[in-house]
Design a protein around this ligand. Structure first.
Ligand SMILES: [Zn+2]
Length: 440
């Protein structure tokens, strides 16, 4: 079980990782900029864009080569309207590729969650870390949560119940016995705010409704990482008798958005990154990250700009994001979300060569649920994968997804949809999904 512990520790370290000193540094006043008019926001983006493109051309060989090949110089990129001249950058290009990293400016290392089936390791520079942190503080404030000053409960942890200053991490394993433990803890802790993966909060909400558990202290709920469907929002609102605020944040590339009090969509946070909608796909340019620059990076999500103004008065455009893997496994004991698998080491996969601490032999994973609790798991191995590692994976999976008829097979390539997408979870048991309240 060694590798599992390592995965969990890694995941735990990732969220909000920023040193205490940097938490208090500010390089842009986001409280003011949220009220700038659209033209000023755009001018700000254009100015940062010119800087980051010039920097990447000068200091990051991978980008210099791409620009050269496309016959584009930094002088050709004066505004967001010129972005189309630059080629798109893919996750595969950046993965394990030192040519896209400036080692001198690394202040933190992050990993994507792995719900796309593979994990990307990337770095951030000081400014990027500061902006990321303050962007979150502002987004949370829109939902009424003031970091550090109010009590917060988080449902995403794989480590059991852990208390911090004004925070509690609940057990992320949401099976019946733990749900009771979680709800008793919540009643005692009386959180003002609840935060967690959509599917986890939804499961908790259903439990509270089913058992008539009341959590009167909760003033707002912040859902993250997965698409929030209307039926989930309604259930969560009913269970906690408060408003739900959706958050979208993709740190590889810096695309992020939060719902404001008007709940008309996600406000695209223009001060952190440029988001382009190209044939429905999100292409993103991080305006701050110099350690692993993301320039016209395809992050795998789909975006739609709503084009309507928000009644709150902010001119940060409204958008709707989807395409984050939200399919769910359903075991005889209940649903298991992608986030749950990731947090238990059955989704977080590594691509590092075995030189660092994080070097899973499993390159990518895919879950396919067949009707009647059948579960096929496809694994793609890295060259250094050992039979022992596959056995450990199977043991862990059996523990967290009991009662499934599971077959694990090592394959050369994951199964793809007609459009060439490789889904992390494919649930073919539509009846079971409906039974648990998932629209499909
Ligand atoms: Zn608004």
């Amino acid at each position: 079980m060694k590798s599992r512990t390592r995965f969990i520790k890694k995941m735990k370290d990732n969220f909000g990782k920023i040193s205490d000193a940097l938490k208090y540094e500010r390089i842009i006043d986001l409280e003011r900029s949220q009220w700038w008019n659209y033209q000023d926001l755009l001018a700000f983006q254009n100015q940062r864009l010119r800087k980051i493109v010039e920097y990447a051309h000068k200091k990051v060989p991978g980008y210099r080569a791409k620009f050269l090949k496309a016959n584009v110089t930094p002088a050709d990129i004066q505004s967001v309207d010129d972005l189309y001249k630059l080629p798109v950058t893919t996750r595969e290009e950046i993965q394990d590729n030192d040519l896209f990293i400036n080692n001198e400016l690394i202040t933190g290392t992050l990993y994507t969650g792995g719900s796309t089936g593979t994990t990307l390791k990337y770095h951030e520079s000081k400014e990027s870390g500061i902006v990321r942190w303050h962007m979150h503080l502002r987004g949370w404030r829109w939902g009424g949560y003031e970091y550090g000053q109010q009590r917060l409960a988080v449902i995403s942890s794989a480590q059991g119940i852990v208390h911090g200053v004004n925070t509690v991490n609940l057990v992320g394993d949401l099976r019946e016995t733990n749900m009771r433990k979680n709800s008793e803890h919540l009643q005692e802790f009386k959180p003002h705010h609840l935060r967690g993966y959509v599917s986890s909060v939804y499961i908790l909400a259903k439990y509270c409704l089913d058992t008539d558990t009341r959590l009167d202290s909760v003033e707002s709920v912040n859902t993250i990482s997965e698409n929030l469907y209307d039926f989930q929002r309604t259930t969560i609102e009913n269970a906690f008798d408060c408003e739900v605020f959706e958050e979208y944040c993709c740190n590889d590339g810096g695309a992020c958005g939060w719902e404001c009090e008007a709940h008309s969509g996600l406000h695209y946070c223009m001060e952190r990154a440029i988001i382009e909608e190209v044939d429905g796909e999100m292409i993103v340019t991080d305006l701050w990250n110099k350690a692993t620059p993301f320039i016209r990076y395809k992050n795998g999500d789909a975006v739609e700009f709503l084009g309507s103004p928000c009644s709150c008065g902010r001119e940060l455009p409204l958008m709707w994001v989807s395409g984050r893997q939200n399919d769910i496994l359903i075991t005889p004991s209940g649903p298991i979300s992608p986030s749950f698998l990731i947090h238990h080491g059955c989704g977080q996969v590594g691509l590092d060569r075995p030189k660092g601490q994080f070097h899973s032999g499993i390159r990518s994973i895919q879950y396919i649920q067949e009707p009647g609790y059948g579960l096929r798991v496809n694994l793609v191995e890295n060259s250094w994968c050992t039979p022992n590692e596959i056995e450990e994976f199977k043991d862990t999976l059996e523990e967290i997804a009991p009662g499934m008829q599971t077959t694990v097979q090592v394959v050369d390539e994951l199964e793809m949809t007609e459009k060439g997408k490789r889904h992390f979870i494919v649930n073919k048991d539509k009846n079971l999904l409906r039974k648990w309240g998932y629209n499909c």
